[in-house]
Design a binder for this molecule. Structure first.
Ligand SMILES: Nc1ncnc2c1ncn2[C@@H]1O[C@H](COP(=O)(O)OP(=O)(O)OP(=O)(O)O)[C@@H](O)[C@H]1O
Length: 601
């Protein structure tokens, strides 16, 4: 198993847990051996005690057995220490391997999956669930195996002393076996419930902290707190249920040993009285009964830990099983030096989000190489969806999309996305510094290229104003930048990649009139080097586009230039009228139509 390839076993099964521990089998075997050695030294101690008692009885020399007993004690302690270290280290390694694998997987999940899952719950699989797995995959396994072996060893030694008393002991211990069998699956279910609730707490917090301003502005702190508290309570209740079952098992284990001791003492006493057993044999047997307490509690504890681990393994396995994109590793040296503008062609593209009505129906148009096409249409017409398909975030249910003549469904996603730069609608800035954001996809950009793009997007003035310049942290999701600065930063990042195709989604929504004009010119210039598709909410920015595609209810309603569409298409004419645009495209608008209704909202 590698970090990227999880065990292909049923979710939450013991075999899955064993497979996680699999790569560490050598250390685990050594640890088991050390545990057994410590167990044997423990097992031998009652025998030595019996010898010492017999010698004291005979008036013999006890120095040698006492010295051996002391040596056994020291050796046992050393072995236990070494063993604990080995087990802890292996636990940490198992968790590291699981976390790596999960992180690798989660970052590559398909957009369709990310769109419908709470990030907080996914994060909990890496943080909280993997921690539960930690002790189960090593300590739990070893404790159980060791418990079984030591238990068997003790039974063997007891059999050599008195088979009748062994029968009595086993009868009492059957009670433990019955309780364990009934209770363990409940522990697993309780842990799974508790972990799911922890995931729900993460999901609420992720939603709340991710939209802190909205939550505060709406005075929703109380509601969000209650939502998180409900999940916390559920985790608490499930945790308590698990603890109750755990306590029951521990109690039954302890009581069984005590009972066995008393029964053996009574029955053994009669054997001693009728002369079928010596006192020293009875004492040795009783010591073994007490010795059994250790393997029994190991078995009980180990089995409970395994069940806890299984509860978590189920959730981890589920995350591993989510569909991921497996073709997104960029080939080496993938950032193209000089972009070649390709044509983008769509024909008969159909698409529906799962469980929804079709979002795109029979969409077809061509964007000639090196030109600029604007997509316009009312909100929900399918503009953003079209961009998602172009980047293979989703796959069309019918039809083809070609870039430079190549059907993108035949290209690895890495290759498709290498050719395309995308400036999305919202939150296009990541936590980090300005520089990190800029060179995010073009780490080898030269200072000259950086300066050029900063000037083009008019970010140079901002950088000059900041004391830390490009090294200024922008905060989570770029909260320390204005909306317009964030947009320009995203555009600068896209341009630094020198893409073949540039997708701008509402890229100018946040820009003021001066910057909007500058950007309009920039996009027009960029169109010389790359093919540009822009979702336009303000028609003023695209009236001079080479071509405008009007989408309505997922269908292409009309294609043309601003002039021809104003003449021929009623919807476009309405949009243009609402935005106070003249039928003639302005040379370049000196200012955006402030306060005008947006076509897309
Ligand atoms: N991830 C999604 N899952 C399910 N349905 C979606 C998803 N994204 C969008 N939709 C639906 O698909 C349809 C098209 O949405 P899309 O975002 O493409 O419209 P748009 O033209 O970009 O709208 P806007 O201008 O408001 O951004 C809408 O009905 C929307 O509700």
């Amino acid at each position: 198993m590698t970090a990227e390839n999880p065990p292909t076993t049923p979710p939450g099964s013991l075999s899955a847990l064993v497979r996680y521990a699999g790569p560490h089998w050598r250390v685990l075997l050594l640890s088991l051996f050390l545990t057994l050695l410590a167990g044997v030294s423990g097992l031998a101690q009652p025998k030595f005690a019996q010898t010492i008692l017999d010698r004291l009885d005979d008036g013999g020399d006890v120095a040698a057995p006492v010295a051996l007993l002391a040596a056994l004690l020291v050796a046992g302690a050393l072995l236990t220490g070494l063993n604990a270290w080995l087990q802890q280290r292996t636990s940490e390694r198992v968790v590291r391997q699981v976390r790596r694998g999960l992180v690798h997987r989660l970052i590559r999940l398909r957009v369709s999956e990310l769109d419908r899952r709470a990030p907080g719950d996914l994060i909990a699989r890496v943080t909280s669930d993997s921690t539960l797995l930690k002790s189960a995959a090593t300590e739990g396994l070893i404790m159980t195996v060791n418990g079984v072996l030591t238990f068997a060893g003790a039974l063997f030694m007891m059999a050599t002393l008195d088979v009748r008393l062994l029968g009595v002991t086993l009868l009492v211990l059957t009670l433990v076996a019955v309780v364990i069998t009934v209770v363990l699956p409940r522990i697993k279910a309780a842990v799974a419930r508790s972990q799911a609730s922890v995931g729900a707490v993460g999901a609420v917090l992720d939603r709340t902290l991710g939209a802190a301003r909205t939550v505060k502005a709406n005075g929703a702190e109380g509601r969000e707190t209650r939502a998180a508290e409900d999940a916390v309570e559920e985790a608490y209740a499930a945790g308590l249920a698990g603890a109750r079952y755990g306590a029951l098992v521990a109690m039954v284990g302890g009581a069984a040993i005590q009972t066995a001791f008393l029964v053996v003492l009574g029955v053994g006493g009669t054997f001693v009285a009728n002369g079928t057993m010596s006192v020293s044999e009875l004492i040795a047997f009783l010591l073994y009964v007490f010795f059994l307490a250790s393997p029994v509690s190991q078995l009980v504890g180990g089995a409970a830990q395994l069940q806890q681990g299984l509860g978590a393994v189920g959730r981890i396995q589920e995350a591993y099983g989510l569909p991921a994109e497996d073709d997104i590793e960029a080939p080496p040296g993938s950032v193209p030096d000089h972009a070649v503008a390709p044509a983008v062609e769509l024909s008969g593209v159909e698409f529906a989000y799962p469980g929804r009505a079709p979002a795109l129906r029979g969409v077809g148009f061509t964007v000639p190489a090196g030109t600029r096409t604007a997509l316009v249409g009312l909100s929900g017409a399918g503009k953003t969806t079209l961009f998602s398909l172009l980047q293979r975030f989703y796959e069309p249910t019918a039809g083809t999309i070609r870039i430079g003549g190549e059907d993108i469904s035949t290209l690895p996603r890495a290759e498709v996305r290498r050719r395309i730069a995308y400036v999305e609608q919202d939150s296009p800035v990541l936590a980090g510094t300005l520089r990190e954001n800029l060179v995010y996809a073009a780490p080898s950009a030269t200072p000259r290229q950086l300066a050029e793009v900063l000037a083009l997007t008019r970010l140079d003035a901002l950088v000059a104003r900041l004391p830390q310049g490009l090294e200024t942290p922008v905060g989570p999701r770029g909260v320390t930048l204005s909306g317009g600065e964030g947009q320009r930063l995203a555009i600068a990042r896209a341009l630094l990649r020198r893409p073949q195709v540039l997708l701008l989604d509402e890229a100018t929504a946040h820009l003021d009139a001066r910057n909007e004009q500058a950007l309009g010119e920039l996009v027009a210039r960029a169109a010389g080097r790359c093919t540009v598709l822009v979702i336009a909410h303000r028609l003023s920015t695209v009236t001079d586009a080479d071509q405008i595609v009007v989408l309505e209810h997922g269908e292409v309603r009309a294609v043309g230039t601003h002039d021809s569409l104003v003449d021929d298409d009623t919807l476009y004419r309405e949009l243009a009228a609402t935005q106070l645009l003249a039928a003639e495209p302005p040379a370049r608008p000196p200012a955006g139509p402030v306060g005008a209704a947006s076509a897309g909202t």
